[in-house]
Design a protein around this ligand. Structure first.
Ligand SMILES: CCOCCOc1ccc(-c2cn(C[C@@H]3NC[C@@H](O)[C@H]3O)nn2)cc1
Length: 448
């Protein structure tokens, strides 16, 4: 009996996303997305990498399913590319798009693996961006139409649906910081996008319920655990603002039907207002069946006037770093999910992404001895077990990612996979971290 033992019904999985793995960017009627445009814009993506081919999973999905089956996962989280279903985002349906995902879903089910589908993982049809994208409330209607098409096409086969992935990245990272597509740098625009995406989430949940679709629906937010470096009130307040930027700004509307007032006031001080229309907050707070949490890192902060958006500077306290220069802070996973449970109640939680980027080397024998990544997973699995033991309703864990893939603005340089992708041949090579996770799944645990 392993010293760390998980419940038999704990859902182990891995995660990917359409633009990051599929390639075939212009095949079978797929329309252009904002990431096709952004990756083609000089200077936006390291080495000018694009998702044109990526891992070629569009043609190699059967290989991916075989890797998943061998890994022993119960579920696989992937996203549907909206531009494959509605190439212009609205208008005429592209049946070949639906046909592709039907093959993936049927292949997973034949392998005994539950498909977990993310509807929006950042590849907005460019034609909608040309009309204002998520700043245009009509995009909400187009999203619900796309979601209803997917719900109806795969009802009974897909039992777990995620509306949005990381709305903070879709809004602030992509429209204020500007590091992701479409690359705007306007705070009011980012607040508008965050709000409209959350309304779109709520409208999709309403449609899911109205259509009587079977299974469960939720959404995924990337939560960051950020603590004050000292107990000084100004440090506590500054760190809380920085945490709320990622966390409460999205979780409070989803579960409390209101934005955190101290953050609304802070944004108002920056001349930014939330474009709430009558009924929006009730729509956003539609009851959901689970919350997906993507967790990667955390840190410490203290007050520093004029620093960033929240007068808060990060304090380096000596954490080990990943190749993304992110702190390895496994205790942060325990703290943030304990906080979710205390703050938002007994909503079932799935860790829909957790993983680490490290430099990998493929040996002549086709091995990748990624001990640091395996250790990262082990440290975070220990926290998952701690959370379950403490009564937090943690129901599953999806490792990011099954494959090395297109890591957005970092291109192919940054590898998060438990399977190495050779970008010359598109051959896949399971890493040592894959073997570690395989053994954890097989034993429902491990020796700490
Ligand atoms: C202050 C300036 O900062 C500029 C960059 O800032 C960030 C922040 C966050 C990320 C980020 C990347 N990931 C992993 C992805 N999650 C979804 C899946 O598609 C993975 O590929 N999560 N967060 C990247 C860059």
């Amino acid at each position: 009996m392993a010293s760390i033992q998980f419940p038999k019904d704990f859902v182990w999985g891995t995660a990917t996303a359409s633009y990051q793995i599929e390639g075939a960017y212009n095949e079978d009627g797929r329309g252009m997305s904002i990431w096709d445009t952004f990756s083609r814009t000089p200077g936006k993506v390291v080495n000018g990498d694009t998702g044109d081919v990526a891992c070629d999973s569009y043609h190699r999905y059967e290989e991916d399913i075989a890797l998943l089956k061998k890994l022993g996962v119960k579920a696989y989280r992937f996203s549907i590319a909206w531009p494959r279903i509605y190439p212009d985002g609205d208008g005429e349906l592209n049946q070949k798009g639906l046909d592709y995902y039907a093959k993936v879903i049927d292949g997973l089910l034949a392998a005994g693996i539950e498909p977990c589908v993310t509807l929006y993982h950042w590849d907005l049809p460019q034609a909608l961006q040309d009309k204002g994208g998520w700043d245009n409330r009509d995009t909400i209607r187009a999203f619900v139409r796309y979601a209803e098409t997917a719900f109806k096409a795969f009802d009974g086969k897909v039992k777990q649906w995620i509306t949005f992935n990381e709305t903070w990245c879709v809004s602030f990272l992509s429209n204020y910081i500007g590091a992701h597509a479409p690359g705007n740098t306007d705070l009011q625009l980012a607040v508008n996008v965050a709000h409209n995406c959350m309304v779109a989430h709520g409208e999709a949940v309403k449609a899911f319920r109205a259509l009587g679709i079977s299974g469960e629906i939720g959404t995924t937010h990337n939560l960051y655990w950020f603590e004050p470096y000292t107990t000084k009130p100004e440090d506590v307040a500054a760190a809380h603002r920085n945490r709320a930027y990622n966390n409460e700004w999205f979780m409070d509307p989803t579960f409390k039907g209101q934005y955190p007032q101290f953050m609304v006031d802070w944004f108002k001080g920056k001349g930014v207002e939330v474009p709430i229309q009558p009924g929006d907050m009730e729509t956003i707070a539609q009851p959901i069946d689970f919350i997906g949490v993507n967790f990667y890192s955390g840190g410490f902060g203290r007050y520093k006037e004029g620093e960033g958006l929240f007068d808060c500077e990060e304090v380096q306290v000596g954490f080990d770093k990943t190749f993304m220069d992110w702190n390895v802070y496994a205790d942060g996973l325990y703290k943030v999910l304990s906080w979710v449970h205390e703050e938002y109640g007994d909503v079932p939680i799935y860790i829909t992404e957790n993983g680490a980027c490290y430099e990998d080397e493929l040996t002549p024998e086709g091995r990748v001895h990624d001990a640091k990544r395996a250790d990262y997973f082990k440290k975070h699995f220990i926290q998952c077990h701690r959370l379950i033991e403490s009564g937090v309703p943690l129901k599953g864990y999806f490792a990011w990612s099954l494959l090395d893939n297109f890591e957005w603005a970092e291109g192919y340089v940054k590898r998060f996979g438990i399977v190495y992708t050779d970008y010359k041949t598109r051959k896949r090579y399971p890493k040592d971290s894959y073997l570690f996770i395989q053994s954890v799944i097989e034993q429902d645990g491990f020796e700490a």
